[in-house]
Design a protein around this ligand. Structure first.
Ligand code: ADP
Length: 391
């Protein structure tokens, strides 16, 4: 491998915050990034070599990206697996993870079926194409349950809780398309593990606790505040999940820990994931560097944690869509071991992911000490609560 700048170009479908953080990781590896995104000056634009403006599933955009790239990847599930597969073959540009993986994951029902067939523990689920089918399914699964759009949902949009038979009609109408229903998991906590697949190598990052509110990820803490046995089981399940998927790169695997200490799979993202942002400062290799190593077939880096680490999302807190002006960030800059990540989005609206803050704890903490994340979590929440958006 020769490191001549510009020799390895990775084309990324999607130029949001994930594309931006991939761009930040690419430079030191001698990799140039080109992204495609429908929004001009997308968050990634200022840190990558170039942005092609075009829809995620637009053939000519993907072709233009492929023609400039040594490898293709994607940072959003709205990328089109058929177009990616075809153009990858026509232009002889490898795409990772394999489009077949994207095809499987973009449909939550197909995903759950395939994983369940492979013996991965998942919540009980049924296909739902009508109110009648939902009613029948819930006669078996019981109430409450979660109705999910099969495609296109993110950050909880596309999920509707169903508490009683009276909710059935409205829930089906709200989804308005192909759906699946899942038993409501009475989980103890949510966990996530970033899996990494290289050229003949497989690895997992340390287990992370994910804290959601209104179905949106607020904070992540690693180590997760659970037992070593549960963490070991979570990693075991994720290794089995990676066996089902094809292609290289990182995969975000979201899990539930039930009150009995069992692990159930929630869903997979075939790309870097919000639950892995803490790895930028918290691990020796970040999820973004690891993804690029995987996609380009370079050896994977170690997934070891440097120290207990917590991240919090900075979410929009204004009702009206407006220019994004953050205040209160001085406290983050002043705090040793706190790191601000600003995504450069021009406009803010309620619950939009605008950035994140990571706080790294004491290197001397026992690596497996579940309580070690507790104090850092409280501190990072204080830092975050001091951040607000103003007009
Ligand atoms: P998205 O694809 O929008 O991220 P998910 O299906 O991952 O949606 O759900 C988002 C959140 O909703 C989960 O992190 C969890 O908090 C909650 N959730 C999803 N499915 C269930 C379920 N079956 N039981 C309980 N809570 C759930």
């Amino acid at each position: 491998m020769t490191l001549t700048s510009g020799e390895t170009v990775v084309g990324v479908v999607g130029g949001g915050q994930l594309g931006r953080m991939l761009g930040e990781a690419a430079g030191p590896l001698g990799i140039d990034l080109v992204v495609s995104d429908p929004t001009q000056n997308a968050p990634a634009a200022s840190v990558v070599s170039d942005q092609i403006v075009g829809a995620f599933d637009d053939e000519s955009t993907i072709r233009a990206l492929a023609e400039r790239s040594s490898y293709l990847t994607y940072e959003i599930e709205l990328a089109d697996p058929d177009a990616l597969e075809r153009i990858s073959e026509e232009t002889d540009t490898p795409v990772h993870p394999h489009p077949e993986t994207l095809r499987l994951i973009e449909d939550k029902l197909r995903q759950k079926r395939r994983l369940s067939e492979a013996g991965i523990p998942v919540p009980a689920f049924r296909q739902v194409d009508s109110a009648e089918q939902l009613r029948d399914a819930l006669d078996e699964l019981g109430y409450p349950a979660m109705l999910k759009a099969r495609e296109g949902g993110y950050d909880g949009r596309g999920n509707v809780p169903v508490h009683s038979p009276e909710d059935v009609e409205d829930a089906v109408a709200a989804i308005d398309g192909p759906a699946m229903v899942e038993e409501f998991v009475d989980y103890e906590r949510e966990l996530a593990v970033m899996g990494a697949v290289g050229d003949g190598e497989v690895d997992t990052f340390p287990v992370t606790e994910t804290i959601h509110e209104e179905e949106i990820l607020r904070e992540t803490a690693s180590p997760a505040r659970t037992t070593p046995e549960v963490r070991a089981r979570a990693k075991e399940v994720v290794r089995d999940v990676l066996d089902v998927l094809s292609g290289r790169g990182v995969f975000g695997v979201e899990l539930f820990e039930t009150s009995e200490g069992e692990i159930l799979l929630n869903e997979i993202a075939p790309r870097p994931h919000n639950s892995g942002h803490w790895t930028i400062e918290g691990c020796h290799t970040s999820q973004f560097e690891q993804h690029l190593r995987g996609v380009t077939g370079r050896p994977l880096g170690t997934t070891e944690r440097r120290a207990p680490t917590v991240s919090t999302n900075i979410l929009g807190d204004v009702e009206k869509r407006q220019r994004a002006t953050l205040t209160g960030e001085t406290a983050v800059f002043e705090r040793p071991r706190a790191h601000l990540h600003w995504y450069g989005k021009r406009e803010v609206y309620r619950l939009r992911k605008m950035g994140h803050v990571t706080l790294v704890g004491d290197d001397a903490a026992e690596d497996d000490d579940a309580e070690s994340a507790e104090d850092i979590l409280a501190d990072v929440r204080t830092l975050r609560d001091g951040l607000t958006f103003t007009e």
